[in-house]
Design a protein around this ligand. Sequence first.
Ligand code: HEC
Ligand code: HEC
Ligand code: HEC
Ligand code: HEC
Length: 456
Amino acid sequence: MHYFTKMITNKFISLLLLFLFALGCSGKKDKAITVLFTCETESRLEPCGCFAGQFGGIARISTRMKHFNKGLVLKVDAGDSLGSTKDYDLLMYKQALKAFEHLDYSALNLGQNEVALSAKQIKEFQSLTQTPLVSSNIFDAKTNETLLDDVVIVNKDGLKIAILGVVDPSLATDNLGDGLVVKDMYTSLSKSLKKAEDADMKILLAFCDKEQMHNLAKKFFEFDMILGGNVKQPSQKLELINRSYVLYTTNLAKNIGYLQGIHNKEKGLTKVDFDITMLYEDVPQDEDILALVDDYKKEVGSTELECDKHKEDTGDLVPGVTPLASYVGTETCATCHTNSHEIWKNSPHAKAFKALEVSNSQSDPRCLKCHTVGFNEPSGYKRKFGETKLVNVGCESCHGPGSEHVKQRMSPEKTLFKYRPLGEGDCRSCHYGEFSRPFDWKTMWPTIQHQKEPKK
Ligand code: HEC
Ligand code: HEC
Ligand code: HEC
Ligand code: HEC
């Protein structure tokens, strides 16, 4: 190459490099950032499926999160990603942790449900996932150190982001897990923040009520964002308190929150935008997440659980006085109440177990309570029965165990036991919340109405 051309080329290249470097620096100064967050998902990978048109579920959260792909995107959970400490909910949590890892969450804060786990269980769950569980105020009672990372540092696109987490200690008084101590949020955070001093941005995940989030924002000027939960309703507006943006959400994986803006090292977060987005039915469910639901169903079916254990029949028995009734099954009732049985047989209640089988949920203890007779009671439905007995919403699901009634009605002696009259409230023990369309006695009872047998 001619010397002159070469020199020009070199010059051009170094200018180009200089230009790119400058661009890089300014890029470092102003950075588009989106923080996506969830709270109180209680491991709901998908809704229960009790009626068409249900929304929510982590499988929908996953789909919606894919829309956010510009600039730096961070995903966090503010707590209660665990449903409860029941054995089947722990199996569900395991799958939920896989989902959060698959979605590349940066941190999961521990909420009220998680602090009911023992220190050992929390450690075990942490060892199952790459996603850091975080808490500044949950301590190991043995070592008096924080049980988990108290600060999670994320280095992304040249930004150093610190994520901290707290749970309101008053939520852990009745149900605190073995080996845990939950300390005061303020002193714990003051300590942990020292590890985050040089971070460009600090995010607090706070499982506490609205007032406490406000107080945290007033006390600590460090946080750019306080994202939280343990509220009845998600945020209606974005609040700026001190220099923290405060936003919260709730409600069994039915929505996600996002907070986005332009981060600048001098000016902090500007051009802020936010929303709490409902995940309606029309948001497709991510197949990868639904595959985890299948894994859960397989595992819950093949694992021996608390509900499979024999239970002693103690009930409300007053020894020697109240005879204790047990479940006898709908077919036994049918022998005398032929008309009621005929009506029942043609009602949706007689198909309630089939509905579980269709969705392969017949072994899922979360579903059996309302789709069988007397599940979790000593003489009620057991998973080992399969579909052989006490399936469906039988007579005794509503009227209660019938052995005593049958015994007395078969004996020539005077009947002492009487079933109490039922009403709307008894229906609502199953027809409520996420499991049912709004319940209306006036229109729904007539569709299954039955009464005493006509006198012969
Ligand atoms: C608290 C009680 C309750 C629990 C728990 C419950 N269900 Fe239901 N389920 C109902 C009620 C009530 C209905 C009828 C809802 C309606 O029609 O509005 C229903 C309906 C259904 C249906 C629809 C049946 C049809 O023919 O359309 C399916 C499927 C179903 N449930 C599956 C499940 C699964 C799976 C679970 C566990 C993850 C579950 N249910 C847990 C009460 C419950
Ligand atoms: C041996 C026959 C027989 C069997 C089996 C039987 N019943 Fe009855 N039942 C009666 C008679 C007789 C009455 C009183 C007349 C009437 O109400 O029809 C009665 C009354 C009732 C009543 C009204 C309240 C009461 O206690 O008097 C209810 C509710 C009832 N039965 C539900 C059931 C259920 C649920 C089963 C199955 C667990 C069942 N019965 C099995 C004979 C029977
Ligand atoms: C979904 C709940 C439900 C199921 C399932 C159900 N019942 Fe009822 N039953 C009721 C209600 C509600 C009433 C009306 C209020 C009352 O009398 O207790 C009633 C009334 C009755 C009565 C008349 C009681 C009286 O004193 O007049 C009898 C008898 C009866 N049921 C028997 C049965 C039998 C037998 C079955 C099963 C084949 C059955 N029921 C299934 C809810 C149910
Ligand atoms: C033990 C739980 C339970 C109780 C108690 C119960 N239901 Fe249900 N109900 C169900 C389930 C589960 C289904 C869904 C069955 C299916 O379709 O597979 C259902 C379905 C129904 C449906 C059909 C829903 C539809 O939209 O078509 C009606 C109507 C209904 N129930 C009325 C009642 C009434 C009235 C009562 C009270 C007298 C009652 N149920 C009490 C569990 C219950």
